[in-house]
Design a protein around this ligand. Structure first.
Ligand code: PRP
Ligand code: URA
Length: 209
């Protein structure tokens, strides 16, 4: 069964409070999402493999560790996932970025796929699927389905805020996928919004409505 990690670091919790606050404007919202994505990327990369290399310090020859060059792919779910990409790339700049476009039908709440563009070497990469919100779980499940259908084997899912309902759905449909969350909220409301949540992530990020 996939593991669920909730990052309750004080810096993340502090920034999330301002992300949630409805009086936070688009510019600040964007900056905060970017910062939290970086902080989460620091944790999510904790298990990246290392290899030893020989170096010469000013004092002595030594062996030291560098990243082994594992290939990483970041997959934002459009639109709102885009807000998390740069923050992750600050820490792993060599990662490639694919895109999966999904929107949630407001009546059925079912995800509708409208765009997929992935790195060509899907089978060789480890993927981090990113989206600020995991609500019913439909979008995350569909994005992961889409990646797996094209050959992806190692996938992590990272979001800012999750509802317990969505976490259960992803765990059930994709038990091999670990889930990384900044905050696990209480529930969904009747419109499929996370409570207390932050509202519509895409609209707040891009200033639309
Ligand atoms: C939001 C959010 C997730 C999805 C979560 O996207 O960014 O992708 O809803 O809901 P779910 O877990 O119930 O599927 P939305 O459909 O509003 O599209 P947008 O990012 O283009 O605004
Ligand atoms: N999508 C959002 O942007 N916010 C929610 O609370 C649920 C789905």
């Amino acid at each position: 069964m996939g593991k669920v990690y909730v990052f309750d670091h004080p810096l993340i919790q502090h920034k999330l409070t301002y992300i949630r606050d409805k009086s936070t404007g688009t510019k600040e919202f964007r900056e905060l999402v970017d910062e939290v994505a970086s902080l989460m990327a620091f944790e999510i990369t904790r298990d990246l493999p290392l290899k030893e290399v020989e170096i010469e310090t000013p004092v002595i020859k030594a062996t030291s560790k560098v990243l082994s060059g594992k290939k990483i792919g970041i997959i934002p779910i459009l639109r709102a996932g885009l807000g998390m990409v740069d923050g992750i790339l600050k820490l792993i700049p060599a990662a490639k970025v694919g895109h999966i476009g999904l929107y949630r039908d407001p009546q059925t709440l079912q995800p509708v796929e409208y765009y997929v563009k992935l790195p060509s070497d899907v089978e060789e990469r480890d993927f981090i699927v990113v989206d600020p919100m995991l609500a019913t779980g439909g979008s995350a499940v569909e994005a992961i389905n889409s990646l797996k259908k094209r050959g992806a084997k190692n996938i992590k899912f990272m979001c800012l805020i999750a509802a317990p309902e969505g976490v259960e759905v992803v765990k059930k449909e994709h038990p091999d996928v670990d889930i990384y969350i900044a905050a696990l909220d209480e529930q969904l409301n009747d419109h499929g919004y996370i409570v207390p949540g932050l509202g519509d992530a895409g609209d707040r990020l891009f200033g639309t409505k």
